[in-house]
Design a protein around this ligand. Sequence first.
Ligand SMILES: NC(=O)C1=CN([C@@H]2O[C@H](COP(=O)(O)OP(=O)(O)OC[C@H]3O[C@@H](n4cnc5c(N)ncnc54)[C@H](OP(=O)(O)O)[C@@H]3O)[C@@H](O)[C@H]2O)C=CC1
Ligand SMILES: CC(=O)C(=O)O
Ligand SMILES: [Mg+2]
Length: 539
Amino acid sequence: MAFSSYILTAFPASGARIPPYFHNTDHRQRCLTQLRSKHTGLEKYIFLNGLKERDPNLFYEVLLSNMLEIIPILYTPTVGDACSNYSHIWRRPEGLYVSIESKGHIRQILSTWPAGAAGRIAVVTDGSRILGLGDLGANGLPISIGKLDLYIAGAGIKPSTTVPICLDLGTNTEKFLNDPLYLGVRRRRPDTAEMDEFMKEFMAAMRDVFPQLLVQFEDFSTDNAFRYLDLFRNQYRCFNDDIQGTGSVVLSGFLNAARLATADAGTPLSDQRILFFGAGSAGIGVAKQLTSFFTLLGLSEEEARQRIWTVDSKGLITADRKGLQEHKKYFARTDYQGPPLTSLIDIVKYVKPTALLGLSTIRNAFSEDVVRLMGSLNTRPIIFPLSNPISLCELDYSDAIHWTNGSVIFASGSPYKPVEFEGRVYEPGQGNNMYIFPGIGLGTILSKARHVTDSMVEQASIALASALTEDEQSADLIYPRLTRIRDISAKIALAVIRAAQKDNVDENTLFRNMSDEALLEYVGAKQWQPPSTHNVPRL
Ligand SMILES: NC(=O)C1=CN([C@@H]2O[C@H](COP(=O)(O)OP(=O)(O)OC[C@H]3O[C@@H](n4cnc5c(N)ncnc54)[C@H](OP(=O)(O)O)[C@@H]3O)[C@@H](O)[C@H]2O)C=CC1
Ligand SMILES: CC(=O)C(=O)O
Ligand SMILES: [Mg+2]
């Protein structure tokens, strides 16, 4: 609907009340001016949320023309504040809540969502590990909404086909249970048996109500993230963003980082020594993606595994540790003899890593001595502090540049601004699954892949790594500029469709005989654009 028609519909008989010069002014510019007048991230989030309710087309137009400014508000870091405060800033229903109290009639609850059979993509969280902020219970909904806004902006998924879901299963965070404004059920989280029963009913009901839907699991606590991925991945069209999306995006950045480091130091990709600080769903997901790629290079599985060291809150993970959680066992080291290594500096001295990856939620964990040691061990140290939001990031970009005299190859989970050092401007990378999931989703939806296979995720990663332009390469970037996300998502979708075909999971076989050029053009043409709300040129 054009903006002027929207105004007339929203305010009938308002002709005389519309300011005389209204139609000749730039509504997008007005929105941006209003947005920029807000002082805090949370106020900006609330403003954008209101704009989306009043005029979704204008909202997406403003978003698409100003992604670098707006994505950090709708997504990390500000979405973290929105989630933490959601029960207090709530304005209107904007997603689907499926409560543990709905067990037995989940299907009816899902049927109330307007998309119905047109639903194509759901982002589902249970709020138990929102970014690095822990168990936020029913306050987790904005993470599903934010990820879906990235599907819409980044891949051109039609807004009306998206389904944001928060499973309201209770919370173990006392503060929320005692908050009179808390929006969720007042109970602690269920035990495994009760939750499994709920999840099985939920997934079956999802398929009934939305037969063509892809489910993205988001921000489940680590044990459940691995369990439900294993349980459902061969049964439903689904994937886990924190395990697979993060694995894919970090592999991609790592490939480009290793290429840069290799150019300077000559360390072959297969000789990299990679230290993971944090061994949860994200850390282990990335480690598995990297090792799987190393086997493609010709390493045996065992040789690939030997490239990885993992660290959790108790220190270097070794196989002799008692009561090791299941997901940590595969990378537990068997070759370390000695007293437990608990401090990061001692672990770096022992491992001598070429790459240090942070997925720990520990702010500033990469201290000056650790970063300087990485710089003395490597001509181009690869350091990726990937924890979100920025308040939990292991290392600030400015410190990384200063402490390594600019030699660091850096990517963080949340965005940093460029840094000037000794007359040169350095641009950080953003190693965030937002580069990957829109393309994986688009490719899966178009090919109607029955499942999201490992090779679809791996090919997405390679497509992203190959998407750098000459200009981006000469600026030493390891991820493409975010403003190109639509083109990049189309290329990722193409790679995902081809991988789905090879794995024989594509239910839509029409693309099999299309050339890559024709298919890429088709994918681009399928991307939704907001109908222009007025006739002023794009900003
Ligand atoms: N950039 C991106 O695209 C993504 C980033 N992330 C971010 O990664 C972070 C982790 O997510 P996830 O893996 O799911 O969370 P988890 O809570 O499962 O994992 C955190 C890991 O960090 C370890 N840890 C905690 N404290 C310390 C410490 N003091 N020293 C060393 N290790 C410590 C934990 O150890 P223990 O097991 O002993 O508790 C655990 O292994 C979050 O901040 C999240 O936002 C996640 C997905 C994508
Ligand atoms: C980016 C993301 O998925 C996370 O931090 O959990
Ligand atoms: Mg996540």
